[in-house]
Design a protein. Sequence first.
Length: 137
Amino acid sequence: MNLMPNRAWPYSRKAHNNLLRLHNDFIFTIMGPYHHNVYVVELDPSVRDNLRFVKANPNCSTKLPCLYIGLTGLTPEERFARHKAGVQDSYIVKRYGLRLLPEMYEYLNPMPYEAAAEMEVELAEDLRAAGHGVWQN
């Protein structure tokens, strides 16, 4: 009797769980217990023509750069490359992303997921309060 019809994984659930455990151990060994990162992307000034961006940032200064704030389990460089390649991308970064701004986030990383999730929101709020146009998912 086939309990798992049409499954893509050709191995037993036990083998799958063992592989998942090995993967998690590898990530922990290579990246340490804290491997989540927040990152900041500078956006092209033409993002100010995007109605959704304008609606989210009614008081942004035209003298300050527009920014995207994100959270990832990858390195910020890998995540930015994936945005630009259209892999699990934010359309704002894919279309308007210019470059990473490591001076705005390097001192924060890495951190546990929960802390990174909080930091993403706090950083976006702080930068928006300072006058930046900020997009954050």
